[in-house]
Design a protein around this ligand. Structure first.
Ligand SMILES: [Zn+2]
Length: 426
């Protein structure tokens, strides 16, 4: 090898080591998708399986083809774009979701998909072929606002045996519409079995949706775990009666009992040693009239904790309080378990890969839990996974005002790029 050739090679090697994602291309693309279902000045309303969802998916499909990816749609509507590697290995996967909540923001979900696309574009720019293949993923219905449960696409990807049950899930606002019909309507009920492509690993970049990174002035959140979530719905039943003629000792007041539960749950979560977030977020009385003792109170309970035993313990204590309460007041209650997700801990090999990528770009970081549920927690049961958080201005999300600074978006995408490359080049 002559000197000149060697010099050129080492120059190329250095530039490849310091490849940068294209910030303006990424931001332009985020803005382009934010026009699909635009809400307010910068917000988005792109409900899963809606016409807006279809338009966004069609654009992604087109962009994936243009970027040279092989595109697969599975029976759950999950979209996977494969970029071939030098080796016949499992692909390193990364992505998130394109659906939003009602009156949502432009970053929640879309950032993860579009940063993933930017990684493909950057590799294409530099003509890099990774050793392992890569997989860009857009999961169906992460938000679960119209069809339960949330994290639907990734859940089925990890548990394909759930497909038929999930297909039968109905829209909250339109009984005749099932998930299966919704997928057919928008043309995204694919052929591939969910989970047919096994991943080497999964990485998801997402906005923090909380105030921690901004208030502590850190660039990047390295997500070590996702809190466990228990959702339950309770109905306490008593007897409707006249508010003027029924003496207190004769009342079976479902509203009074429910309000005692609200008090108990609030007190419980305010004791720091309980290490649990507990919320009664909805409460409805029947008949809900000024002069009638309520015969029925329906309320929900949202419990979250980073520790599985704590979560189970809190659920048990609250249930036994409710049991004792309704018994002492001659009432009855029923409970429906809606969601049961145990806390998920991401492996150190993955969180360290993100940390190394952050250090490489001289970014400040914080190792932290995620308070919200994400697709990565579902993928964690089938392959090593983790998440990259970027700061949310004022901690606001699930709101049209949701905003993350351009530099933070670019930092996060760069960390994703380097973490993916670290995993895919061996
Ligand atoms: Zn999200």
């Amino acid at each position: 090898m002559n000197r000149r050739y060697f010099g050129l090679t080492s120059l190329l090697m250095t530039s490849k080591k310091n490849m940068k994602i294209n910030q303006s291309r990424l931001l332009q693309n985020i803005d382009r998708y934010a026009q699909i279902g635009k809400k307010g000045a910068i917000g988005v309303e792109r409900i899963s399986l809606s016409e807006e969802d279809r338009i966004a998916r069609d654009l992604l499909k087109q962009q994936m083809y243009e970027a040279g990816l092989e595109v697969y749609i599975d029976k759950m509507g999950n979209m996977i774009g494969i970029r071939k590697g030098k080796k016949d290995a499992k692909p390193v996967a990364f992505g998130s979701h394109l659906d939003s909540v009602y009156s949502g923001g432009r970053y929640d979900g879309a950032l993860g998909v579009l940063a993933a696309l930017e990684i493909i574009h950057t590799l294409n720019d530099h003509g890099i072929v990774t050793d392992k293949p890569l997989a860009l993923v857009n999961f169906t219905n992460e938000e679960g606002v119209r069809f339960a449960p949330d994290m639907m696409g990734s859940h089925v990807y990890a548990h394909p045996e759930m497909l038929q049950e999930i297909y039968a899930s109905r829209a909250y606002d339109y009984y005749d519409l099932t998930v299966e019909k919704g997928l057919e309507n928008i043309g995204y009920k694919g052929e591939m079995e969910p989970g047919a492509i096994k991943f080497d690993s999964f990485l998801e970049i997402h906005i923090e949706q909380g105030p921690v990174l901004e208030s502590e002035n850190r660039d990047i959140g390295i997500v070590e775990m996702v809190q466990g979530i228990y959702w339950s719905r309770y109905v306490i039943e008593g007897q409707a009666n006249h508010a003027g003629t029924t003496p207190i000792s004769y009342r079976k007041d479902a509203g009074y009992a429910a309000s005692q539960v609200v008090q108990f749950v609030g007190d419980y979560s305010r004791k720091p040693h309980n290490h649990v977030l507990a919320t009664v977020g909805s409460l409805a009385f029947e008949p809900n009239t000024i002069n009638i003792v309520p015969n029925k109170a329906t309320f929900t309970l949202d419990l979250r904790s980073t520790e599985y035993d704590t979560l189970k313990g809190a659920q048990k204590e609250i249930d036994s309080f409710i049991k004792g309460l309704v018994k002492s007041q001659g009432l009855q209650f029923t409970k429906e378990e809606m969601v049961r997700f145990a806390p998920v801990h991401f492996p150190v090999e993955m969180t360290n890969a993100v940390q190394n990528a952050a250090v490489k770009s001289q970014l400040t970081y914080k190792r932290m839990p995620s308070g919200a549920g994400h697709d990565a927690q579902m993928m964690a049961s089938v392959c090593p996974s983790t998440m990259i958080f970027i700061p949310s201005v004022n901690g606001i999300s699930h709101n049209v005002e949701e905003y993350s600074k351009d530099q933070d978006v670019a930092n996060g995408a760069q960390v994703l790029f380097d973490a993916v490359l670290g995993r895919a080049v061996c």
